[in-house]
Design a protein around this ligand. Structure first.
Ligand code: NDP
Ligand code: 8X3
Length: 250
């Protein structure tokens, strides 16, 4: 079956890999993000007419509404939404963290995801089929120093995904929360404000997940029969696991 897929954050990392995988499999893809040149490069590299580049900042609620209602006919019946746009900023302890950065994470990872979901859900419900795939994180369930607000935004994504399932029961619309661990994308470059050495050190000497690994999991969950819903999928690199409890001693 051919899908119409709406991907947020398709200019880099997971979103770009997911958009590519769907387009190369012959599905129509609305590829959105803020960097126009990257979206146009992606569209030009894919089979003609399958990728619609859409410049969109998910934090702009009105722009999200306008973009969704203005989708050209060929791309208007979105049946797969990939809520991927998101970011972590900084790794400072809460008492030193930048409040503006916390707000940017909330505005993007929580409010942006809410807005795009709310704009696209009615069409899915009306058509009796659809799939919302949210990019959560292991940081939703497992705390780490400096993960403060970022992890909390992903905890929202986890519970929002579950509550969506409750609301959508009987509509034919599926919801999946994919929770990756360490994956090498531009994520750390963004977190460390463009400091390439600091970003590279995160992945140095280990074998992180790749964007392609996550795209593969998205293709898997969407390709399952319509009566099967993967609720939550936590994925770590083999080289990553949990740490022990931390104990402060005098
Ligand atoms: P990247 O930095 O490579 O990609 C992030 C994407 O989000 C970019 O395409 C960026 O596009 C987009 N984005 C950021 N802010 C906005 C915005 N306001 N409006 C629209 N798009 C936006 O990181 P990843 O691919 O790794 O991250 C994708 C998702 O996966 C995020 O939600 C992240 O939290 C999550 N994740 C990442 C993990 C990792 O280790 N890499 C692990 C677990 C989860 P542009 O700047 O062009 O707008
Ligand atoms: C990204 C993974 O561990 O950097 O969500 O928070 S982590």
């Amino acid at each position: 079956m051919s899908h119409t897929v709406f991907v947020t954050g398709a200019t880099s990392g997971f979103g770009e890999a997911i958009a590519r995988r769907f387009a190369l499999a012959g599905h129509r893809v609305v590829a959105s993000g803020r960097r126009r040149n990257r979206l146009e490069t992606l569209a030009a590299a894919m089979p003609a007419g399958l990728v619609l580049p859409l410049v969109l900042d998910v934090r702009d609620r009105d722009a999200v509404e306008t973009a969704v209602t203005g989708l050209p006919e060929d791309f208007s019946e979105v049946d797969v939404l990939i809520n991927n746009a998101g970011l972590a900023l900084g790794l400072e302890p809460a008492q030193r963290a930048d409040l503006d950065e916390w707000e940017e994470m909330v505005d993007t990872n929580i409010k942006g995801l809410m807005g795009v979901t709310r704009a696209l859900l009615p069409g899915m419900v009306a058509r009796g089929r659809g799939h919302v795939i949210n990019l959560g994180s292991v940081a939703a369930s497992w705390p780490y120093p400096g993960g403060n607000c970022y992890g909390a935004t992903k905890a929202f994504v986890q519970q929002f995904s579950r509550n969506l399932r409750s609301d959508l029961l009987g509509t034919g619309v599926r919801v999946t929360n994919i929770e990756p661990g360490m994956a090498e994308t531009e994520f750390s470059l963004v977190r460390f404000k463009g400091n390439a050495d600091q970003a590279a050190a995160v992945y140095s000497g280990t074998r992180p997940l790749t964007a392609e690994d996550i795209a593969e999991s998205v293709i898997w969950v969407t390709g399952l029969p319509a009566h099967v819903n993967i609720n939550n999928l936590e994925i770590m690199p083999t080289d990553q696991a949990w740490g022990p409890f931390a104990v402060h001693r005098e």
